[in-house]
Design a protein around this ligand. Structure first.
Ligand code: MG
Length: 375
């Protein structure tokens, strides 16, 4: 058995608003039609029916051996052109699909093809769950029973010879190929469709399609790095936790090297500079400032731009003090300031194997990575 997928994309898509026809609009980095064709990568042959003006656009738009056919004046004429082009090719089954349904699932395709074992035609559909009304001039005039109504989808599958004969016998303005098949007396089975397999018709459907792809979800990553030198003292502030130590960290603020690295990571993800830009060391008001002010500022800036911290990972690099006993309290404090779950914040430590300035216990270094997501 040889199967061909015919993808019908010869319309102009005027209901989807301004811009290029909807099948050529970008959806997560590829034209809608390219995505639609990918749904049929496992099918023996793919035929794409294009508007005659779009034939040049079709060259290079598809992976693998896709046949391009010029469409006709109506949808039925376009399908007919593709069916005629397959005459004599050895194709025994065809799947006829809307170019503007880029989310046809393997399950739907498989159910349609499976049903062709016992029916000349098979098509996916979904039951109607909303109540249906009759109405005139903005007023409900009656109700419509929905028990025997179905929302039709594609791909609609047929035994090739039978649907070709049906199209030849019933040229005209059928809405889809099931209508043509019924006019020819063919038996068409209904198989389960999929809500994900929706058709892009109106401009707002693009937003739904982007969401379905996860495209348009803006994820940002930032990193931060900071160093502070030791000076005389009896404790250090690290990630908002006071840790007793034989030395202190030197800095204009409270020298919380971990919180500074994390704050800079958030500014970095926003492409908004660093702590020094927002809290200049030359400004006396930040002398001795507690660093949670900086972290809260960066977090609020992210929030104002529509981002939330999804997770953060802070690494402190020092020989002493020992971080392990305080790491959980540090993560809790950072999460509290940021306003996220403590399970989204990691604080860990490493030594530098006694090498370099941290190895000589001259100071502490910190690095941080943060992920911001929209929402
Ligand atoms: Mg610093």
């Amino acid at each position: 058995m040889t199967t061909a997928a015919i993808i019908v994309a010869a319309g102009r898509g005027t209901r989807a608003g301004d811009g290029p026809p909807k099948q050529w609009r970008n959806l997560g980095g590829s034209p809608v039609l390219t995505r639609t064709a990918r749904c049929f990568g496992a099918i023996d042959r793919i035929v794409v029916v294009l508007h005659p003006d779009d034939m040049a656009l079709g060259i290079g738009a598809f992976e693998g051996g896709v046949t391009l056919i010029a469409g006709g004046a109506t949808r039925a004429a376009s399908v007919r052109n593709a069916l005629e082009a397959l005459d004599g090719s050895g194709v025994t089954r065809v799947l006829i699909h809307d170019g503007a349904r880029p989310f046809a699932t393997a399950g739907v395709v498989s159910r349609v093809l499976g049903a062709l074992a016992t029916a000349a035609g098979a098509a996916p559909a979904l039951p109607v769950s909303d109540a249906l009304w009759l109405g005139n001039a903005g007023r409900v005039s009656g109700v419509q029973a929905r028990d025997s109504l179905w929302r039709a989808q594609t791909p609609q599958g047929f035994r090739y010879e039978e649907i070709l004969a049906a199209h030849r016998a019933h040229p005209g303005g059928a809405a889809d190929d099931v209508e043509v098949a019924l006019a020819a007396g063919l038996h068409v089975a209904i198989v389960a469709g999929d809500e994900a397999n929706f058709k892009i018709t109106y401009a707002e459907d693009f937003a739904r399609a982007e969401k379905a792809l996860g495209a348009g979800m803006d994820v940002r990553v930032g990193n931060g790095f900071d160093v502070h030198a030791f000076t005389r003292g009896d404790h250090v502030m690290l990630c908002g936790v006071r840790v007793p130590h034989s030395r202190a960290l030197l800095g204009h603020s409270d020298a919380d090297v971990g919180m500074h690295a994390l704050t800079d990571a958030i500014y970095g993800a926003l492409a908004a500079g660093d702590i020094g830009r927002h809290f200049p060391p030359s400004d006396a008001q930040w002398k001795g400032a507690e660093s949670h002010i900086f972290l809260a500022h960066a977090t609020e800036m992210a929030r104002a731009r529509g981002y939330a911290v999804s997770n953060a990972d802070v690494t402190l690099i020092c020989e002493l003090p020992k971080i392990g006993p305080h790491a959980a309290a540090m993560a809790d404090e950072l999460a509290r300031i940021i306003g996220c779950g403590a399970d989204r914040i990691s604080v860990k430590a490493t030594t530098s194997e006694r090498l370099g300035f941290t190895g000589r216990k001259e100071g502490i270094a910190a690095m941080a990575t943060v992920t911001l997501v929209q929402g």
